[in-house]
Design a protein around this ligand. Structure first.
Ligand code: T1G
Length: 710
C-alpha cells in the first residue's frame, strides 16, 4: 500500500490504498518505514509523498472509524507517531496533493515541511460531517498555518478549500501547473538546497488574524457552530480543541484534542452520521445493475413545463454543464420561467457564489421554446407539467411520437403512477420517474422511480445522470407517493389530528424542530402549498375508506384559499418578513371544527408529538420495505435526510427507530392502534424485527447478504 522509488535524489513515496488512499491499517506503518529508509539512504536529499490514483489521502478509514464508534475492536490506527516522525525527519518532506487531502489526509500533509498541489485539488477537515473532530493533530496544526478564525471555520463547517484558496490561506506553499510528480520532485530538490532545519508546523505560532481577542474568535466560532450545525456536538468540541491550540503548548493541545475526539467518536451522533455517510454510498448498489450495465450518454435534455419544478430542473442540468431546452405551451409561462431563472443566477452572482461569466454561460445553456423543435436530438426528456394524470398521459403520447427511439422519457410527478404513463408510450422500458425536490437546482435528493417495464440500462443511465447533477439518486418502486411522500402522509396527517385534539401548529412544529427537523410540518405544508396536498387527497382518494377519520382543518383552510406562503396565509400568516406567524383565526377554526366533530381535547407533551408523528412515518417505512418499494431501510434514511429535512445527526428515521428500539415503537403503535384503529396498525415487518430483537440495520445487512439489495 506504500511504495518508494528514488528519482533524481528524491524518494517518491506513493500511497496506494484504493479507492481513496484512506489511512487504514498498514498505511501509516508503510509510510513510517518509507521515511525511515529514505532518511537513512545517503542518495536521498528529499522525500515526496504522493497518492496513487485519483486522490491524495481522503482521511482515516471510515470503516475502521465505524468499528471504533460501535465499540467493535481497535478501530482506526492513530498516526501521532508517524506525524512526529515526518516532522522530525532531517530531510525535507514534501506533500504533493491532487484530488483531495481530507481529514487525516490533510493532517498528514500538515506534518510535512512543505505542501504543493495541482490547481484542481481540494483540502479540508470535513470530520464534523461524521460527528467527530480532527483527531490527528489537525486542530493543533491548522490554526498554526491559517490562524484561529480560519481554522475554526474550516473545522466547524467542514467545507473544503480549493487549492488557490488553500495557497492564500497558508496551507499549501505552491500550486504546480504541470505534472504533479515531476514538478514535486523539482520543488523538492530546490528546497533541499536550502540549509535546514526545515520548517515544522508544530513550531509555528497560533495567531489571531482579525478578532479583537481569542475569546471573541472562539465565541464567533460557537455562534457559527450553533447556526450551521444546530444541535450537533462535534463542531462545538472543535472550537474547544482550537482553544487548547491557542492557550497551551503543542503536545498538551494534542492531548486535549484526543480527549475531545474520544468524546465525539463514542457519541450517538457519530454513529448516526457515519451511518448516513455509508447509506449515501449504498444507494448506487442496485440488484441487476453492475459496472458492466451499459450506461447511455446524456448530452441534451429537454424539459417540458416551465413552472417552479421545470425551471429548477433546467438549472440543475445547466449547472452540470448540460445543454437543456425548456419548453412551455404558454409564452407568459416561458417568460416567467426564464425571468425566475435569470433572477436566481443574478442573486448567486451578487452573493459571490458565481462569476458573471459562469452565470451568463449557464443561462445561455437553457434554450426556452414554445415548440418541440430539436426534441429528436434529445437523449432525455423530463416532463414537469401540472400534476394531472390525463394531461401527463397526453403529453407522453405526443412526446413518444417525436423523440428518437433511444431517448429516455421521465416524469417529475410526485404521486402519479409511472406504469400508467409508460403504457401511453411504445418505449415503456425507457420510461421512469425522476422526482426532483423543490428547489430542484438546490435539493440534493432525486427519487428515481422504477416502473415495472423500466430496463436496467435506463436505471443505470438515470443513476449516472443523478451523479452528474451532483444529486443523491435513490431508486424507489412505483407506488402512490413513491417512498418520500408516501411516508409523509402519516407524518403530516397525524400532526393535523394532534391539533384537532388540542395541540397547536406552533407547538407541533416546535417539538419537531427541537427534535432536529429542519422545519416543522405545518411550515413545510405552507411552503409546499396546501392546495398541492388537497389535489393529491382527491387524486389518490385518500380518506375515502368508510370509517376512516379525515383531517378537517386543511380542507377548510383550502376552501378559504389559505394555500400557504403562495397566498400569504396557510396554517400561519406570512407578513413582510416572510416569517410564519401563528394566526388566531386558524386556532379558532381548529377549535370550532373539533367541537363540531366532538373531538375530545387534551394537552400533549413534545415526546407524544414526536411519537405520534414520526412513529407513523417509521411504520410506513417498514411497509414500504416489506412491499419492496424501497431496497434498504438506509435508502429511506437517505431520502429523509436529503429531501425532507430529517437531521443527519440522527441518521434518518429508520436509524432513529433502531436507536429508540423497535420493541418500544411497536408498544407505542399498538397503544395508538387501540385508540385509533382506523389508521394505526403495526406493520408485519416492524413487529417481526422487534420480536426477534433485530434492527433495520440488521435487516439491511441480511438483505444485502442475500443479494436482494446489492
Ligand atoms: N474511508 C473509507 N472509505 C472511504 C473513505 C474513507 N475516508 N472515503 C471514501 N470512501 C469510499 C466510499 O465509501 C466509496 O466506497 C468509495 O470510497 C468512493 O467514495 C483522523 C478520523 C473522497 C470526496 O470525511 O468525502 O480522517 O461505495 O463514492 O464521490 O482526523 O468519498 O465504492 O464501496 O464518495 O468521488 C475524513 C470522506 C475521515 C472524506 C470522494 N474524511 N470521503 O468522493 O466517491 S475521518 C472524509 C469523501 C478522519 C482524522 C479523522 C468522498 C471523496 P464504495 P465516493 P466520490
Amino acid at each position: 500500500m506504500v511504495l518508494t522509488e528514488i528519482e533524481n535524489g528524491v524518494a517518491v513515496v506513493t500511497i496506494d490504498n484504493p479507492p481513496v488512499n484512506a489511512l487504514g491499517s498498514g498505511v501509516p506503518e508503510g509510510i513510517e518505514e518509507a521515511i525511515e529508509a529514505a532518511e537513512a539512504d545517503g542518495s536521498v536529499r528529499a522525500i515526496v509523498i504522493v497518492g496513487a490514483g485519483t486522490t491524495f489521502v481522503a482521511g482515516a478509514d471510515i470503516k475502521q472509524l465505524e468499528d471504533l464508534a460501535w465499540g467493535r475492536g481497535p478501530g482506526a490506527p492513530t498516526i501521532h507517531e508517524l506525524l512526529q516522525r515526518i516532522e522530525n525527519c532531517t530531510k525535507p518532506v514534501i506533500m504533493a496533493i491532487h484530488g483531495t487531502a481530507l481529514g487525516g489526509g490533510l493532517e498528514l500533509a500538515m506534518a510535512g515541511h512543505y505542501r504543493v498541489a495541482v490547481r484542481s485539488a481540494r483540502v479540508g477537515q470535513p470530520e464534523v460531517g461524521l460527528g467527530i473532530i480532527p483527531g490527528a493533530e489537525g486542530t493543533q496544526r491548522l490554526p498554526r498555518l491559517v490562524g484561529v478564525e480560519r481554522a475554526i471555520e474550516m473545522c466547524v463547517t467542514g467545507k473544503l478549500l480549493s487549492a488557490p484558496d488553500a495557497l492564500e490561506a497558508g496551507i499549501i506553499d505552491a500550486i504546480l501547473e504541470g505534472d504533479l510528480r515531476a514538478d514535486a520532485i523539482t520543488y523538492a530538490r530546490r528546497v533541499s538546497e536550502s540549509v535546514g532545519p526545515h520548517r515544522k508546523t508544530r513550531e509555528q505560532r497560533v495567531v489571531i488574524r482579525n478578532s479583537a481577542s481569542l475569546e471573541e474568535a472562539l465565541q464567533t466560532g460557537v455562534e457559527l457552530a450553533r447556526k450551521v450545525k444546530r444541535s450537533q456536538i462535534a463542531p462545538l468540541k472543535a472550537v474547544e480543541a482550537i482553544r487548547a491550540a491557542a492557550t497551551s503548548p503543542f503536545e498538551e493541545g494534542c492531548a486535549r484534542e484526543r480527549q475531545l475526539f474520544h468524546e465525539c467518536v463514542t457519541s450517538d451522533q457519530c454513529r448516526a452520521l457515519i451511518h448516513a455517510f455509508f447509506a449515501e454510498r449504498a444507494v448506487t448498489k442496485i440488484p441487476g445493475i453492475s459496472k458492466q450495465t451499459a450506461v447511455a450518454s446524456i448530452d441534451r435534455v429537454f424539459v417540458v413545463g416551465a413552472g417552479t419544478m421545470g425551471r429548477g430542473i433546467a438549472m440543475a442540468c445547466a449547472n452540470s454543464g448540460l445543454a437543456v431546452a425548456l419548453r412551455d405551451s404558454s409564452q407568459a409561462a416561458l417568460d416567467a420561467g426564464m425571468l425566475a431563472i435569470r433572477k436566481n443566477y443574478d442573486s448567486s452572482i451578487q452573493r459571490g457564489r458565481l462569476t458573471p461569466a459562469v452565470g451568463a454561460e449557464r443561462v445561455n445553456r437553457i434554450q426556452p421554446q414554445l415548440d418541440y423543435q430539436g426534441i429528436e436530438t434529445a437523449d432525455l426528456v423530463i416532463e414537469a407539467v401540472f400534476e394531472d394524470l390525463e394531461l401527463k398521459g397526453s403529453i407522453f403520447r405526443e412526446l413518444d411520437g417525436v423523440m428518437k427511439p433511444a431517448c429516455m422519457l421521465a416524469s417529475n410527478t410526485s404521486t402519479l403512477s409511472i406504469d400508467e404513463l409508460a403504457r401511453e408510450t411504445n418505449r415503456p422500458d425507457r420510461v421512469l420517474g425522476l422526482h426532483f425536490f423543490s428547489p430542484a437546482h438546490v435539493m440534493r435528493l432525486l427519487e428515481i422511480v422504477r416502473g415495472e417495464a423500466t430496463s436496467s440500462q435506463t436505471m443505470a443511465t438515470a443513476l449516472a445522470f443523478a451523479k452528474r447533477l451532483s444529486k443523491v439518486g435513490v431508486v424507489v418502486g412505483n407506488c402512490p407517493g413513491f417512498v418520500g411522500n408516501r411516508l409523509m402522509f402519516p407524518y403530516m396527517y397525524e400532526a393535523q389530528f394532534l391539533v384537532e385534539e388540542g395541540a397547536t401548529p406552533e407547538q407541533v412544529d416546535g417539538a419537531l424542530q427541537n427534535f432536529g427537523m429542519a422545519m416543522g410540518i405545518f411550515e413545510v405544508e405552507d411552503m409546499a402549498g396546501l392546495d398541492v396536498a388537497w389535489r393529491v387527497r382527491r387524486e389518490l382518494r385518500q380518506f375515502s375508506a368508510s370509517g376512516q377519520r379525515r383531517p378537517l382543518v386543511s380542507d377548510a383552510l383550502c376552501e378559504m384559499r389559505r394555500f400557504g406562503q403562495k397566498t400569504g396565509k396557510g396554517w400561519y400568516t406570512y407578513g413582510e418578513s416572510g416569517k410564519p406567524t401563528p394566526d388566531p383565526e386558524v386556532l379558532d377554526l381548529i377549535r370550532t371544527l373539533s367541537r363540531e366533530a366532538a373531538i375530545p381535547q387534551r394537552q400533549f407533551t413534545d415526546d407524544e408529538i414526536i411519537e405520534r408523528t414520526l412513529f407513523g412515518l417509521i411504520n410506513e417505512g417498514a411497509r414500504v420495505l416489506e412491499e419492496g418499494f424501497a431496497l434498504r431501510a438506509s435508502d429511506i434514511d437517505v431520502i429523509y435526510v436529503n429531501g425532507y429535512g430529517f437531521p443527519g445527526w440522527r441518521g434518518g428515521p429508520m436509524f432513529y427507530a433502531d436507536s429508540v428500539g423497535l420493541k418500544r415503537i411497536v408498544e407505542r403503535i399498538s397503544r395508538f392502534e387501540q385508540e385509533c384503529r382506523d389508521r394505526w396498525k403495526v406493520s408485519p415487518l416492524l413487529r417481526k424485527l422487534a420480536n426477534a430483537g433485530k434492527t433495520f440495520r440488521s435487516f439491511d445487512g441480511e438483505r444485502a447478504a442475500s443479494g436482494e439489495s446489492a
